[in-house]
Design a protein around this ligand. Structure first.
Ligand SMILES: [Zn+2]
Length: 58
């Protein structure tokens, strides 16, 4: 079964789960896990960028 590609229509900010700061941009087609992002704007903590079906999972 081939997945029908969803067009990229929207980009959202991945937010730090600790302080809510904007970190990286992801699109509505993004799938991501096991990628770690450092919050450079506020708390400097490292968290996992987990995205399923274009939505941030926390
Ligand atoms: Zn933060």
């Amino acid at each position: 079964m081939k997945k029908i590609p969803v067009p990229e229509t929207e980009r959202k900010w991945l937010r730090c789960p600790y302080c809510g700061a904007k970190t990286i941009l992801y699109s509505n087609t993004a799938e991501c896990s096991g990628v770690y992002v450092m919050c450079t704007r506020n708390c400097k903590r490292v968290f996992e960028a987990k995205i399923e079906n274009g939505k941030q999972v926390q």
